[in-house]
Design a protein. Structure first.
Length: 244
């Protein structure tokens, strides 16, 4: 047992060195909402947890629980992450739980970051609407065969909207290549939010609240930062609620 504990501590220390975190420095704690899979397993994607750690934060899984317990859990956290979707989830149950987490986190003023499905949940929670991505779009937003074959998502360009957004702070204005794996999209944008990036076919690719530290990305920065390190910086800033 002591050997296992020592090994785990060594691996954790190595991860901290890789992120540039000094020994003894407190890492921001990021709660990743449980995917609520129907098989009863509490889970999140490994690359999400690894990217959060690489961004200098400590990932912890927030299992499905009652509001009072979830609020106490969040009292020990610095940010919330709502991740992408996984086939086989109980989506109504998952979305209900994520909605409660978003409400509790927003009340506490915590940064909230949504990726893919998470972006859509944020938009819908605050009064926006969703719609399917039409099949006649000229861009491929989801390539299931490529993902099954290589583990990589489709890629396409987006245009970062002008203004003082997080996206501009990280990438600047203009075109950017992102990864993509979704068949739903944000249609009507929730009150208080603005669009910060769009694909060439008009599909919204990033949103953020005008005042609160709440950000939604239709793409997957946690799976793309190894190709473009700026996506890790995007996560680092978003999880700290910083646009600059």
């Amino acid at each position: 047992m002591r050997t296992m504990k020592t090994t785990m501590m060594t691996l954790f220390a190595a991860a901290l060195v890789a992120t540039g975190v000094a020994a003894g420095e407190r890492l921001p704690v990021v709660a990743i909402a449980d995917y609520c899979q129907t098989n009863g397993v509490v889970s999140v994607r490994r690359n999400m947890a690894e990217a959060i750690l690489k961004a200098g934060c400590l990932p912890v899984v927030l299992p499905e629980m009652e509001d009072a317990a979830a609020d106490q859990f969040l009292s020990q956290c610095d940010a919330v992450m709502i991740g992408g979707g996984i086939k086989g989830n109980d989506y109504p149950r998952r979305c209900a739980f994520e909605g409660r987490v978003i409400a509790l986190a927003a009340k506490r003023g915590l940064p909230i970051v949504g990726v893919c499905h998470g972006c859509q949940v944020i938009n819908r929670h605050f009064g926006g609407t969703l719609a399917a991505v039409p099949d006649d779009r000229k861009l491929v937003h989801k390539d299931a065969k490529r993902f099954e074959r290589t583990g990589e998502r489709a890629e396409h360009p987006v245009t970062v909207s002008p203004g003082g957004s997080l996206m501009v702070g990280v990438f600047g204005e203009g075109k950017l290549t992102v990864n993509s794996s979704h068949y739903m999209r944000c249609q009507k944008i929730a009150p208080g939010f603005r669009v910060t990036a769009k694909a060439e076919d008009g599909v919204v690719e990033a949103i953020e609240h005008e005042r609160l530290p709440i950000f939604g990305f239709q793409f997957h920065p946690e799976a793309y930062w190894t190709k473009d390190a700026r996506f890790l910086e995007l996560l680092r800033r978003a999880l700290r609620g910083k646009r600059k």
